[in-house]
Design a protein around this ligand. Structure first.
Ligand SMILES: Cc1ncc(COP(=O)(O)O)c(C=O)c1O
Length: 413
């Protein structure tokens, strides 16, 4: 284990760096115009990430395990580590390595309900992971076998929840035990683990403040049926980020959760959460370029197969957007148009209906800042049609430099 830890422990210019004073919008625009990116460019604001983490931590009060899947970029993990985050929710060995590289001492929760036995063994024996989730008895046996009946396991039973209309994506249709199965799993786990937890996920971007209270009520019923001591209640992720729709504040959501815990007499339980989107959505923008305009349709250089999956036909996400005019100093009339976007690939599903409200003057060669692109964007990029590359620019981090050089696509002669 020590060797594996040494292998992945790296020194990084980003680690331990403290976010500096904020860079103003005009300065960012000037930087973008100077770079004139021909490919999509992520602008990562380290100070914003630090602020989101601090806000979450200040009002939550329980253990925060950042959901690495949401944005596993090393710079993101390193800023969170520098802010003192103590835990990460990981779903694969690659995520385990990434989290360990940024935060060698952090506690890792292996929260994929269906894991490869080899990955469980490596997680336990090579990377010191002790916390595992399961939603089926076969997974319990698999964990016990792969860890050679370890005595120091922390086991979490993942509870499925009734469909919640307000989440952008329902997570209980794929994973999660029904309440009666979850109670039986808690009973089966109790004698073979050091700590026992019950976990759920209310669905990502859940803007319904009552969703967590209803989930706590279901969890309370499961714990009462199981009639065994349960140490930890894991509220999962799902905490909303601010896009364009009205979003309840995190303190309002946490207040609802605390009231529900009191109501069901669960206030004594250790609390944890696995936020992804709520921590990182705000810290990255995606700068795309308009390649052609046809009326209200803008052909841009990124799309559904790149960093804008959520804006595509499956979720129809409406990101906040802003024009960055190529020609400096150009005035805008104040007239706006509701635009649609077309991505760069040949696939006709690579379309984003929006509407995206932008100045009517926008034209080919201008850039668009797509805000709130820190969650489930960079990690979902594919190379389809050869459009996968994107640059990365770090702001508000002393000593930082672009993590990836910005490769310009060759100009067509
Ligand atoms: C088990 C688990 N925890 C946490 C998260 C993070 O969710 P969110 O980004 O909605 O906070 C996810 C998202 O897929 C998940 O599957």
């Amino acid at each position: 284990m020590a060797k594996a830890m040494d292998d992945i422990r790296q020194t990084s210019p980003l680690l331990n760096a403290r976010p500096a004073a904020r860079v103003s919008v005009p300065r960012v625009d000037a930087q973008i115009k100077a770079l004139a990116p021909q490919q999509p460019l992520y602008v990562f604001d380290a100070a914003r990430l630090a602020q989101s983490y601090r806000r979450f931590a200040a009002s939550f009060g329980g253990e925060i395990a950042y959901a690495v899947k949401c944005n596993p970029h090393p710079a993101v993990l390193e800023v969170l580590a520098a802010e003192g985050i103590a835990a990460f929710d990981v779903a694969s060995l690659a995520e385990i390595r990434a989290a360990r590289a940024a935060a060698p001492q952090a506690k890792l929760f292996f929260m994929h309900p269906v894991k490869a036995p080899e990955d469980i063994a490596a997680a336990y024996h090579d990377y010191g992971v002790r916390a595992f989730v399961l939603d089926h008895v076969d997974e319990l046996y698999k964990i016990l076998r792969a860890t050679e009946l370890a005595q120091d396991l922390e086991l979490f039973v993942r509870l499925g929840l009734p469909k919640n209309g307000k989440a952008a994506l329902d997570f209980s249709s794929k994973f999660g035990a029904l309440p009666e199965e979850a109670a039986a799993l808690l009973q089966a786990c109790r004698p073979v683990c050091r700590k026992l937890g019950l976990a759920f996920h209310v669905g990502t971007q859940n803007t319904d403040t009552g969703a967590y209270a209803r989930a706590v009520a279901v969890a309370a019923g499961v714990i009462a049926t199981a009639d065994v001591s349960v140490d930890i209640l894991d509220l999962g992720g799902g905490f909303p980020a601010r896009y364009l729709e009205r979003t309840p504040s995190l303190p309002a959501i946490f207040h609802e959760i605390r009231s529900a815990l009191l109501l069901h007499n669960l206030q004594h339980m250790q609390l944890m959460a696995e936020p992804g989107r709520a921590l990182v959505a705000d810290c990255m923008s995606l700068i795309v370029r308009v390649e052609q305009r046809r009326g209200d349709l803008l052909y841009i250089n990124d799309g559904v197969y790149g960093g804008l999956f959520d804006a595509g036909p499956s979720l129809r996400w409406r990101y906040p957007v802003r024009r960055i005019a190529r020609d400096g100093g150009q005035t805008e009339s104040g007239v706006t148009t509701a635009f649609r976007f077309a991505g760069p690939t040949c696939d006709s599903i690579d379309m984003m209906e929006g509407p995206f409200i932008l100045p009517d003057e926008i034209k080919a060669g201008d850039w668009i800042e797509i805000k709130q692109a820190g969650a489930y964007s960079q990690c979902l990029r594919t190379d389809f049609n050869g459009f996968g590359a994107a640059g990365f620019l770090v702001l508000n981090m002393p000593g930082a430099r672009p993590v990836k050089p910005i490769k310009q696509r060759k100009q067509n002669k």
